[in-house]
Design a protein around this ligand. Structure first.
Ligand SMILES: [Zn+2]
Length: 184
C-alpha cells in the first residue's frame, strides 16, 4: 500500500516535471517515505504575498497535485481512500491545502481550487500507461525499498516504453487489464 502511494507521488512528479531526490518506503526515513523535493516548492526568499508570478503559481499547482497523487493511487489500486484522506486531513492534504491557500487565500475559492487540483491529479491517472508505471515502480520499491530520482525516472520511462510496445503489438490480455479509467 505504501509502495503504491509513494509510486503515485513519484509518477506524477515525473509527468509534471517536479523535482524529487528519491522515493522510499522505509517508514522511519524522514516522514513515512514521502518523496522529497530537495529545494522545496519555493526559493529561499520566497514570499507568496509579493512573488506570485504566473511561473510560481504554476509551480505551486504542480506540487499541490503531486501531494494528492499518493492517495489517488491508493484509491485506484485498492478501491478506497485512507481514513485521513476521506476528510482531507492527512499530511499530504495539509501540505496541498497550504500550497493552494498561498495562491488563492481561503474560503469558497480555496475549496473550489483544491477540488480542481485534486480532480486534475486524478485525471493524470486515467491514462492506463501512467497507472501501469505506478504498478511497475511500486514493485521495484518493494524490492529495493528506496530508489534515487534517476533510477526512478529510468524505471518509469522503461514502463512507458514497455506499455507502448504492448500497445503496438496489440497485446489484448495486457491492454484489457490496463484500460482508460472513468471517475465518478
Ligand atoms: Zn504521501
Amino acid at each position: 500500500m505504501t509502495a503504491i502511494h509513494e509510486a503515485g507521488h513519484a509518477v506524477l512528479c515525473f509527468l509534471l516535471q517536479v523535482r524529487f531526490s528519491y522515493v522510499s518506503i522505509i517508514a522511519d526515513e524522514d516522514w513515512l517515505g514521502v518523496v522529497i523535493h530537495p529545494k522545496g516548492v519555493y526559493g529561499k526568499n520566497f514570499d507568496p504575498e509579493i512573488d506570485l508570478s504566473p511561473a510560481t503559481k504554476d509551480k505551486i499547482e504542480r506540487h499541490a497535485k503531486v501531494c494528492f497523487a499518493g492517495q489517488i493511487a491508493e484509491r485506484i489500486f485498492f478501491g478506497k481512500l485512507p481514513k485521513a484522506d476521506q476528510k482531507r486531513s492527512s499530511d499530504d492534504d495539509h501540505r496541498a491545502i497550504d500550497l493552494a491557500s498561498d495562491v488563492v487565500g481561503g474560503g469558497k475559492v480555496l475549496q473550489a481550487y483544491i477540488d480542481y487540483l485534486y480532480a486534475s491529479a486524478e485525471g493524470s491517472f486515467r491514462n492506463p500507461m501512467h497507472r501501469y508505471a505506478i504498478r511497475v515502480l511500486a514493485d521495484e520499491l518493494l524490492a529495493q525499498k528506496k530508489l534515487g530520482s534517476k533510477k526512478a525516472r529510468e524505471i518509469i520511462t522503461k514502463a512507458f516504453n514497455n506499455f507502448i510496445e504492448k500497445h503496438q503489438n496489440h497485446d489484448e490480455t495486457f491492454l484489457k487489464k490496463w484500460k482508460w479509467l472513468e471517475f465518478e
